[in-house]
Design a protein around this ligand. Structure first.
Ligand SMILES: [Zn+2]
Length: 173
């Protein structure tokens, strides 16, 4: 049987191919995967709070966060919206340019639940919801570093997530 372009969970027509998982997913299971991955990062940090402030800059990442987390303007923990690309750039800047990282995945008052979520996943999510997707604007050097990361990702899917995990373990980000 040819299961190409079929969801590996339920066999329905595929909506998204995850290079990282090397699996096809239908819309329902794609959304479930994205949502549970973002929620599990919050759980793994052992934040007891159920509600958060959400940083809103109109980006796809912010829209997605508002979709899956309960907002409370009085919460002392803000969810911010940086993705695996943003943190990969920070790690590469540190190693290649010797520059101090700009962001951290988690601080006392902020957390980035999308640090293992990619822009292409957010783009697919937005298109499924028929919402406009705005690509994040980057500096020339950041775009150059992201190009390097994209090449690695193509040859070794999951490379960006690995770089971010290493960066976290080393306390860089
Ligand atoms: Zn499915």
């Amino acid at each position: 049987m040819d299961d190409k372009n079929k969801c590996h969970v339920c066999g329905r027509d595929a909506f998204f191919y995850s290079e990282y998982m090397k699996k096809e997913l239908c819309l329902k299971h794609f959304e479930r995967m994205l949502i549970s991955r973002a929620r599990s990062t919050v759980k793994s940090e052992e934040y007891k709070k159920r509600t958060f402030r959400i940083r809103d800059d109109g980006s796809a990442a912010s829209v997605f966060l508002k979709f899956i987390f309960r907002e409370d303007g009085k919460s002392s923990l803000t969810l911010s919206n940086l993705t695996v690309e943003d943190f990969t750039i920070d790690v590469l800047r540190y190693f290649i340019r010797g520059k101090k990282p700009r962001d951290r995945v988690a601080t006392k008052n902020t957390f980035n639940p999308l640090y293992t979520t990619s822009e292409s996943e957010l783009e697919a999510f937005m298109s499924a919801k028929q919402l406009a997707y705005k690509k994040r604007k980057r500096s020339e050097d950041d775009s150059y570093l992201l190009g390097i990361a994209d090449d690695v990702e193509k040859r070794r899917p999951g490379g960006m997530i690995s770089a971010v995990r290493i960066g976290r373990r080393m306390g860089i980000i």
